[in-house]
Design a protein around this ligand. Structure first.
Ligand SMILES: N[C@@H](CCC(=O)NCCCC(=O)O)C(=O)O
Length: 264
């Protein structure tokens, strides 16, 4: 069987005097080295992407983290200074991919901003600058020069027994994670179940209720240490296995009508 492919919605970045559709190496490296799947980076456009045409051609979606935030208008709020910076093209690409992948039973792993997009895509809301609230930890990216130190594993979260994420991580109870976020889930979308939380109550992992397949989101960054940290590795291998299972099914004559017609 050919190596399966997952779609990853790009971020919009500006440098060297132009606009780039980009993603950090850590996501595509973990996908290839640990999940053993290839990644097609999807250019981020406010309009023009054909979501089903993308999903007809891939076996999963991987929704990455980003320093930008989901635009508050997407969860019924006015935008304030604290809610930025924004990446509306990324929002416009990710949210339809997330909704449609869930409808079609296409495996999805959502990470950090990806978990927040998953929650908003399914009708939930987000809170900004959570560290300013009484009793909350500081979950923000550590202000250090070295990227390994930014993504250092440094906080415990508690994984509920018998959950999807417990199965994929290969454990329940306390697990140590890294943390690089200013926002978090405020109102959980109706179709999501909370599967892990931090001691301060921050939602750290969710899964889609009654999902047809692998459909989880984590607020931390398993991709960064996927080759060396056991729970991170287990999660990416479980994602890769789900993607291969989907690819095998898709390859077994259940290709979407559009592709079958195009193939003649
Ligand atoms: N912007 C959101 C999501 C945070 C996230 O995805 N962080 C990973 C990238 C970190 C970085 O490079 O700054 C939030 O802050 O909650």
């Amino acid at each position: 069987m050919p190596k399966p492919i997952v779609a990853l919605p790009a971020d919009i970045r500006e440098f060297e005097g132009t606009v780039w559709h980009a993603t950090p190496n850590q996501y595509v490296k973990a996908a290839l080295k640990v999940a053993d799947v290839m990644t097609f980076i999807i250019p981020a456009f406010e309009e023009g992407n054909d979501t089903d045409a993308i999903l007809d051609r891939v076996d999963g979606i991987l929704v990455s983290g980003s320093a930008t935030n989901v635009h508050p208008s997407l969860y019924g709020r006015e935008a304030t200074e604290a809610d930025g910076p924004f990446d509306i093209a990324r929002d416009s690409t990710s949210l339809p991919l997330i909704r449609r992948a869930i409808e079609r039973g296409i495996p999805m792993l959502a990470i950090c901003r990806g978990l927040q997009e998953l929650n908003v895509a399914l009708g939930g809301t987000l809170a900004s600058e959570i560290h300013d609230q009484p009793g909350m930890w500081d979950h923000r990216k550590p202000n250090v020069p070295e990227r390994d130190h930014m993504y250092a594993i440094r906080q415990p979260v508690f994984v509920r027994e018998g959950t999807c994420i417990a199965r994929h991580l290969g454990l329940s109870g306390e697990v140590q994670i890294n943390s690089l976020h200013r926002q978090a889930i405020a109102e959980t979308a109706p179709r999501l179940t909370v599967e892990a939380t931090a001691e301060d109550g921050t939602i750290e992992a969710v899964s889609v209720i009654d999902a047809k397949g692998f459909a989880v989101g984590v607020q931390w960054h398993p991709e960064y240490w996927a080759e060396t940290d056991a729970p991170s590795r287990a999660l990416f291998k479980a994602f890769g296995d789900a993607v291969r299972d989907y690819a095998a099914t898709r390859g077994a004559g259940t290709r979407p009508a559009k592709l079958a017609a195009a193939a003649g």
